[in-house]
Write a protein that binds this ligand. Structure first.
Ligand code: COA
Length: 165
């Protein structure tokens, strides 16, 4: 039976930390959908379309990865699309407390046998976050080692145009 997994987040922008999870998750399922979500509590810097495009470009070499976007409840998207697995990355124990609560709430909403699985982030990326990347870049620090080349182009283009975080 084929296993369909979802890795979701706001990816604003995609970082090497996310890429690490995408690459490893794609090895343990048949199809991996990277789901770009509109998070109600965050004002996005990149549009959903830009985020989808940058992830498509950065993951073009992984044949079983597809990128999509959605809004609303994660569980609704999971139920509508019949995902077997929801993948989450854990960077530190601080992530764990939030993640376990979210996984338990969602488990009560899944209509099928969807399982949440956690992959430990590679320690070299455990301190990265999308907002840290944006802030570093805005203040002139180098972010090459945190984001794929294609994402760097999007950041440069957007920051030059808007000149703000
Ligand atoms: N490497 C590097 N950074 C990582 C990472 C990794 N492996 N994993 C997470 N991060 C970073 C992200 O870049 C993000 O940084 P930011 O806060 O600077 O933007 C931060 O960690 C949090 O990431 P994440 O947990 O993926 O949050 P999110 O806002 O991107 O997405 C959802 C959270 C999508 C899972 C959650 O909001 C959700 O499910 N929303 C839908 C609504 C819903 O169903 N709510 C009910 C939930 S109980």
């Amino acid at each position: 039976m084929t296993k369909k997994a979802l890795y979701t987040g706001s990816f604003d922008p995609l970082t090497y930390g996310h890429m690490d999870i995408i690459e490893r998750a794609s090895n343990i399922c048949d199809e991996l959908v990277v789901g770009v979500i509109y998070n109600l509590y965050k004002k996005p810097f990149f549009t959903t379309e830009e985020r989808v495009k940058m992830i498509e470009e950065a993951t073009a070499h992984i044949s079983n990865v597809r990128v999509d976007s959605f809004s609303g409840l994660l569980a609704n998207y999971v139920n509508e699309n019949h995902f077997d697995i929801v993948v989450r990355g854990l960077r530190a124990t601080t992530d764990f407390e939030y993640e376990i609560q979210m996984a338990q709430v969602n488990a009560g909403l899944y209509e099928g046998n969807t399982e949440t699985i956690f992959l430990m982030t590679d320690p070299q990326y455990s301190f990265i976050s999308s907002s840290a990347v944006r802030e570093l870049y805005a203040f002139g620090a180098s972010v090459e080692k945190y984001v794929p080349e294609t994402v760097l182009h999007y950041i440069r283009k957007k920051m030059t145009r808007e000149e703000k975080i």
